[in-house]
Write a protein that binds this ligand. Sequence first.
Ligand code: SME
Length: 161
Amino acid sequence: MAEELFVTPGAEKKEIYESLLPQLAALIEGEPDLTANLANIAAALRETFHWWWVGFYWVKDNQLVLAPFQGPIACTRIGFGKGVCGTAWKEAKSLLVPDVDQFPGHIACSSSSVSEIVVPIINIEGQVVGVLDVDSECYDVLDDTDVIYLEKVCELIRKML
Ligand code: SME
């Protein structure tokens, strides 16, 4: 596909995701390299939503290790059950954190990030192999609609594993 995203300016969030999802699917279709695909998905999400930080952590040697992302530098390794990412991994479920100060053990890679969503990526055997992490510098940007659609994004990734 052409390396350009088409998103209707000013559209509702749901509508934006609906138009973005097939473009993400086309972007990774036929490309077997996981790193390349994660990198392009992180870039496409940030280009579309302008979040503070968006990217992936991947499970390696029983830790989450920083993987392709867009945004400021971030912590490299996160333990099982640690922070929002490690908790989403442990519980194998998406976490929406509207105020990171209210999440015990939140790992502050950046003091600018105040809210967060983490979605686990689960392989066909039911194991969490990585997480998608989205951070915002606003309190009122991330919501359940993002969770629903970011889970669909992770489903695209799961299909290529
Ligand atoms: N805040 C995350 C750490 C990752 S960074 O935000 C990129 C956490 O608590 O797991």
